[in-house]
Write a protein that binds this ligand. Sequence first.
Ligand SMILES: O=C(O)c1cc(C(=O)O)c2c(n1)C(=O)C(=O)c1cc(C(=O)O)[nH]c1-2
Length: 504
Amino acid sequence: MASAFKKGEWPTYNGDYTGKRYSGLTQITPDNVKQLRAVWVFHSRNAGTLEVTPVVVNGVMYVTASNDAYALNAEDGQILWHYSRPVSDGLIDDAAGHINRGVAVWGDRLYMETDNAHLLCLDARSGHLIWDIAYTDGNKNYGATSAPLMVKGKVIVGTSGGDDGVRGFIAAFDAQTGAEVWRRWTIPAPGEFGSSSWPGNLYLHGGGASWMPGTFDPELNTLYWGTGNAAPDYDGTGRPGDDLYTACVLGLDPDTGAIKWYFQFTPHDLYDFDGVETPVLVDRIYDGQPRKLLMEANRNGFFYILDRTNGKFLSATRFAEKLNWAKGIDPQGRPIYTDVKPTAEGTLVCPGEVGASNWYSPAYNPGTQLFYFLALDECSVNSSKPQEFEEGKEFYATGGRRDPNAKGKKRLMAFDASTHSFAWIYPQVGNAQSWGGVMTTAAGLVFFADDANSFEAVDARTGKSLWHFNTGQPQHASPMSYAVNGKQYVAIAAGDDLFTFALP
Ligand SMILES: O=C(O)c1cc(C(=O)O)c2c(n1)C(=O)C(=O)c1cc(C(=O)O)[nH]c1-2
């Protein structure tokens, strides 16, 4: 897939439309990466933990915290402007978590979501507000934590609140005027395909939030967007059947929001297995044929390969060491369930409540043809009890408790789609505190947030550790790389600071 983006820029959350989190820059190599030094650190006041991936366009870096946007000189970190509004009162759960993952850009305009699901359009040169649109109906349970995606002059947004009984949707707004172009509900209304899972008005509270940016294939004119868990999370008695379109990846028409196809990873989810992990678009030889693939390391512990032209299931490979909710995946892509389910007394479920993978980014390198991601091996004790939806309250129908007797272990894994196995695995020695992601470069490096509060670089072919830098605090964000005036930089947020690195 050709990219219209300029080399050296990082113009979207994932660096491009494919979700590969791959930088074509080659100045920093396996040979010289040892010399990498922190060049500046940006501290965001009152931000909580930064989850942003910065966007860099025309030498300017845009960094967000919840309801805060900063434009920085990407060479030295100098603040060019700062837009801020107070965090909202009365929000719950993730919406109250001070989470924001970044911006979308379009010419001189910048777009961000607020904690209470407004879409803001700012002047990228000054930070002045151009327009502000509330894109939910004011239900207290909705929030927004994602970065918008700019596609064909439309800003595409999602929401969070899938654990709080919202009705999920993905919506597109005209980038110029802010007028709504389409809204694709992820839970069907009565009479629509899939509605039999949602008796009465339960469809209004079925979850399926869309809290991570999707990916886009311009040639197929298809948008790929993941949906979150069904609600209530742990009690499925009121939502019989598959609970479409929760825990899915949707292939959408970006012009109308129509569903071209869907693939459901976890039908009738009882485990909080949101399907929002990045759907990475990869063109490569697969089973002897050139194919347009979609690859995803799903939270349920399986690595999926789909044909992204039609959503057809091609393969699933188990990557979670601890996995007891399914015996495997059948040839149609449906899980073969065990009887491990949340109960009133609590059941040990593996992967646990935060999944074997989550929103922290994976990466794919076209040079090595390997897919890199961090996996968590951990279980939780999940319990369930029926619960009525109430506005302003979480809607988990009880929950998961991370297993206190078995601390989770993280592994950096390099998946090889030609053998359906792992080229290498790099076990982490920390205590699974990191929520950081992975990025890879054309020079053959993989950068990631390791589990000892360090930002680390390994050889993309072998997994050999080459460099690390102790950020002194856990990373809860994904790395990126950019170049200004011929110099390559690498950046990642850790705690409420953003660290930027370059060669001397
Ligand atoms: O269903 C949802 O709407 C929703 C939203 C979010 C979010 O908006 O960040 C998270 C989750 N679920 C979730 O399940 C989860 O594990 C999670 C972790 C984080 C985070 O910021 O580290 N957010 C979320």
